[in-house]
Design a protein around this ligand. Structure first.
Ligand code: C2E
Ligand code: CA
Ligand code: CA
Length: 556
């Protein structure tokens, strides 16, 4: 029966020498039976398993009648075999002790198991690691089990615009691209580093034994560089860029999900800064993004609760100090305090709410002008800020048209303040849009002039009416000859182009005097008035604190 079972069946003495062996055992271990009978059991197991088997045998002799264990036998003329062993204590009639070993060959089972384990750590599409592997490796860093050397860095990478490749060229194409990206990544990192794909177009790089932040950044820069080179796929050449977030493993234990979250925040920032770059995680970054998230969440409710309102800052004639216009400035009165536009406008631009808010500001400002008209207050024109995002939105021109029509004010009394950046990103499109709205009668002022990059030839071609000198130059004007030169240059540029110049942020008498001497007709700033609520504006106008006197401002 033992022979027929094909299993291992041996008897050994307490010193480990094989006393009895079946022919089936000899075949299984690939040794001649005679050889087995002259050997110790420890001679026929794999070298690294000797200690484990010796322990098993000792334990069985001493305290248990039977023991089991999985042991790898070296295999004489064949390959090594894995056996599930059962060892039993035995004593003959005279009481001489020995051990009986029975074993089943589980080599195929062990191989399959290894393959499955291996596969469970691989991304099937690209063959690089997967999330489980990242988790394992990070756990290894903290366990100090030698799988990776700390300190380490983790980079999360995303292909910019991968969705576009997938959508326009098909998923097969996208898959092929991901495979090629994996190959490039493996080529860019060091052999000890790990590349894994989390899914979609998200890859993780685990950089081992990083000597300094600069070393990790060096690798990340190389990755950005190699991925920027064109890919050749199915006869097409395509280019993609990548955004990466980098974080460093510290001594304090961190889970893979914590580290990935940090790298993800940094990557988000890299995308927000215009993609094709890396950002490094810092606690400040996390704080900033948390804050942004909170604002974003509150903002949706704020719109519904009507927490947004407009305040108005007078724009005055520098000579007479009379008000000729107002600039509408958005305010957010949150129940826990007001949030400055410098904080909420960028968030609204990011989540798209600015289109909604901007359209509301236009409607509200035009309606305000109409209501002042009804009170007999002569506020020449109203100036409304337009965000670059809103300016590029296809519904923008319509929102302007509707605001004017609904309020029933003359379009000549609306000025839109647009920054140089918004105008110059796509000057051709900007010119068309300006022309379209100018034809309605709407006017344009370039806001924060001097802080962006304007092409002078476009400045001439755009149908503009005013340049607003950025308040930073006005603020520095008295102390810095450089700032003063810029202010004077903008004033003469405006004169040459037939545009009205408006100096912003005028706070002192000296500034106001110098500007007047240089022929700057319109000024705005705390020296004259701060932005105020419509009620305050009416009070001050009726009390005479603010003197209204619009007169003709624009020649074009
Ligand atoms: P801006 O268009 O350059 O507006 C002028 C800013 O300077 C306002 O800040 C105003 O309160 C402030 N200011 C006015 N006079 C003085 C002064 O004498 N000294 C100093 N230091 N500051 C002065 P505010 O209201 O905080 O607005 C900041 C920015 O937010 C605005 O800059 C504008 O870019 C944006 N913004 C405000 N309202 C809107 C809006 O309705 N739509 C859009 N898209 N952006 C807006
Ligand atoms: Ca402005
Ligand atoms: Ca400004």
């Amino acid at each position: 029966m033992l022979e027929a079972s094909g299993a291992l069946a041996l008897q050994i003495d307490v010193a480990g020498n094989i006393i009895l062996a079946t022919e089936a055992s000899a075949q299984l271990l690939a040794y001649p039976r005679e050889y087995l009978l002259k050997s110790s059991i420890l001679d026929v197991v794999s070298f690294e398993q000797r200690e484990q088997l010796a322990e098993l045998l000792r334990a069985c002799e001493q305290d248990a009648p039977c023991r089991t264990g999985r042991i790898r036998f070296s295999g004489g003329v064949g390959e090594s075999r894995w056996l599930d062993l059962r060892v039993c204590r035995h004593a003959d009639e005279d009481g001489n002790p020995s051990l009986l070993l029975f074993g089943y060959d589980v080599t195929d089972w062990v191989d399959n198991e290894e393959r499955l384990i291996e596969a469970s750590f691989r991304d099937p599409l690209t063959g690089v690691g997967n999330r489980a592997m990242v988790r394992e490796r990070i756990a290894g860093y903290f366990a100090g089990d030698g799988t990776g050397k700390a300190p380490f860095a983790l980079a999360l990478m995303d292909l910019d615009g991968f969705k576009k490749v997938n959508d326009s060229l098909g998923h097969e194409f996208g898959d092929a691209l991901l495979k090629q990206v994996s190959v490039r990544l493996l080529g860019a990192v060091r052999p000890t580093d790990m590349v894994a794909r989390l899914g979609g177009d998200e890859f993780v790089l685990l950089l081992d034994g990083i000597a300094s932040e600069a070393a990790a950044i060096g690798i990340v820069e190389k990755v950005i560089h190699v991925c920027r080179q064109p890919f050749h796929l199915a006869g097409c050449q395509i280019r993609v860029t990548t955004s990466l977030g980098l974080t460093f493993g510290t001594l304090a234990h961190q889970s893979e999900s914590q580290l990935l979250k940090r790298a993800d925040l940094a990557m988000y920032d890299a995308k927000a800064q215009g993609k094709n770059r890396y950002c490094v995680y810092t606690p400040e970054l996390e704080h900033r993004l948390d804050e942004q998230f909170r604002i974003e969440q509150n903002m949706f409710e704020a719109v519904q609760n009507g927490e947004f309102l407009l305040h108005y800052q007078p724009i005055v004639w520098s000579g007479s100090g009379k008000v000729c216009a107002v600039e509408a400035l958005m305010r957010w009165q949150h129940p826990t305090g007001s949030v400055p536009p410098g904080v909420f406008i960028p968030v609204a631009e990011h989540n798209g709410l600015i289109n909604h808010l901007g359209a509301w500001a236009l409607r509200c400002a035009c309606a305000q002008l109409a209501s002042w008209d009804a009170l007999g207050l002569d506020v020449g024109y109203i100036s409304v800020n337009v965000s670059p995002v809103q300016f590029r939105h296809p519904g923008f021109a319509d929102s302007v048209r509707r605001a004017i029509k609904d309020a029933g004010v003359s379009s000549h009394r609306l000025v839109l303040e647009i920054t140089e950046g918004a105008l110059m990103t796509d000057p051709e499109a900007a010119q068309d849009l300006l022309m379209e709205l100018r034809a309605l009668g709407v006017r344009f002022a370039v806001d924060d002039f001097g802080t962006g990059y304007s092409s002078l030839s476009y400045l001439r071609r755009f149908p503009l009416s005013a340049l607003k000198i950025d308040q930073s130059f006005v603020a520095d004007m008295m102390n810095s000859p450089h700032a003063r030169t810029i202010v004077f240059a903008v004033l003469s540029l405006a004169r040459e182009l037939g545009l009205v110049a408006i100096a912003e942020g005028v706070e002192s008498d000296e500034q106001s005097q110098l500007l007047a001497e240089q022929g700057c007709e319109l000024v705005q700033g705390w020296r004259y008035a701060k932005a105020m609520s419509p009620a305050q504006f009416v009070d001050q106008a009726q009390a005479g604190t603010l003197q209204l006197g619009s007169a003709q401002v624009f020649s074009k």
